[in-house]
Design a protein around this ligand. Structure first.
Ligand code: PLP
Length: 429
């Protein structure tokens, strides 16, 4: 009887995978797992899967402009491995503040006296409540006690910040008198009114809510969590003004002008910047947030602040082409169709065709909004094959057809997309 072949040593197997480019300790793990599973021959596939699991650039062909799984707004990264003047005042050589660039530029863009940058909008809301309302009452409409994004629940955030929730009104209707009753109750000790924008849902039908302008007359600060980060509803950075699909979305500038003491918003939704949260408004209230101990724990790093500074400067230059989200969101359907025709011409055998499709903003913004677009369709469900490419492509599949919406694809990726589509196995083959 011949003995079964001895399994290879972990070390030899790991060394045979060096060509994958993964560091040796990870290859040792892969080799060990493959041997333990009794399948050493699967080690290369396991190593490839480990490499693919790492963060890497992907082509977003879903037509979802702010795709949460794909990192929301795309931001150009330009950071060379250099130092920066993050906390240095170059004029006098003294210690400066990392909050002195992106924050003031964004404040300028939305007409606020001052703005503070933290890690995301959830952090912005927590910091505002902790700094301004700890141990005191915060009035919120029952129609706005919502969950936005994964796990950001207004009642829980309020509890974590140490503020006391005072619910007013009903799910579908809240009136100014409801707010006034709470604010004028001395036992309630109201620190502020919190108004939460229904970013990712709509209550329709028999509804009523109260505008910021009316709330600002109640005698306590109104904090408006607008979330999506539309800096100015008149969109002066867009040559054609605001597109029709933006209608009704509150701008930071307009919300402050209407009387909000503070607004909070995300950096990576309609602002089109990196993941960040912004607290903008009056000097005293923003300063109180900056001075709170949590501000240190929630501060962003230099990479984020550099990217946010670039985004803010693009707004002040009124240069939407420097903000990928706005560039993509406002590309004309004609231009997208022309690109789709070029991509289709690069796929031999008539297997691809130009199709009309619809993009969405996504990322928990503008529910129900559809933006006309153009894409390239290929018969068959190729979603998995496209994800496995060296440059993964994430596409949409509906009714057995794979569609690549070109609105969210960088034009520089069109030629590679055509080559990738040409290399797909024919449907049913
Ligand atoms: C998206 C959103 C948040 C959470 O923002 P993050 O930046 O994802 O933390 C909070 N409030 C509103 C109204 C939002 O739309």
């Amino acid at each position: 009887m011949t003995e079964p072949p001895r399994p290879p040593s972990v070390d030899a197997l790991a060394r045979s995978l060096t060509g994958t480019g993964l560091p040796h300790p990870l290859l040792v793990d892969v080799a060990r797992q493959a041997i333990a599973a009794g399948r050493p021959e699967e080690a290369p596939a396991r190593a490839a899967a480990a490499g693919r699991a790492l963060l890497q650039p992907v082509v977003n062909a879903t037509g979802v402009l702010l795709h949460t799984n794909l990192g929301r707004a795309p931001v150009p990264a330009e950071e060379a491995g250099t130092y920066s003047n993050l906390e240095l005042d170059l004029s006098d050589g003294r210690r400066g503040s990392r909050q002195d660039r992106a924050g003031p530029l964004l404040a300028r863009g939305c007409g606020a006296e001052r703005a503070l940058v933290v890690n995301n909008c959830a952090a912005a809301v927590v910091l505002v409540l902790a700094a301004l309302a700890r141990g005191r009452g915060v009035v919120v409409s029952r129609g706005e006690l919502v969950e936005i994004g994964g796990g950001f629940r207004i009642p829980e955030v309020l509890a974590q910040s140490g503020a006391r929730l005072i619910e007013v009104g009903t799910t579908n209707r809240t009136r100014l008198a409801d707010y006034r009753g709470a604010v004028e109750d001395p036992a309630a000790d109201v620190a502020l009114v919190l108004k939460v924008h229904p970013s990712n849902y709509r209550i329709t039908g028999f509804t009523e809510d109260v505008e910021v302008a009316a709330l600002s007359g109640l005698g306590v600060p109104v904090v408006a969590d607008i979330g999506s980060g539309l800096l100015d509803a008149t969109a002066p950075w867009l040559p054609g003004g605001p597109p029709s699909w933006l209608a009704g979305e509150p701008g930071a500038r307009q919300t402050l002008a209407a009387g909000a003491a503070l607004v909070t918003f995300s950096g990576d939704k309609l602002l089109g910047g990196p993941q960040a949260g912004v607290i903008a408004g009056g000097t005293d209230l923003v300063a109180a947030c900056s001075a709170h101990p949590l501000a240190r724990a929630l501060r962003p790093g230099g990479l984020v602040l550099a990217a946010l500074q670039r985004t803010a400067l693009a707004y002040l230059h009124r240069d939407h082409s420097a903000i990928p989200f706005w560039r993509m969101a406002t590309t004309s359907v004609d231009a997208l169709r022309a690109r789709a025709e070029t991509v289709v011409a690069g796929v031999p055998g008539g297997r691809a065709r130009v199709v009309p499709c619809t993009s969405v903003t996504g990322g928990g913004t503008l529910p129900g909004v559809e933006i006309a677009s153009a894409g390239v369709a290929v018969d068959g469900d190729h979603a998995a094959a496209l994800r496995q490419r060296d440059r993964p492509v994430v596409a949409r599949v509906a009714e057995g057809v794979t569609v690549c919406d070109l609105r969210t694809v960088d034009p520089g990726d069109d030629a590679e997309l055509a080559a990738t589509l040409a290399s797909l196995a024919p449907a049913g083959g």
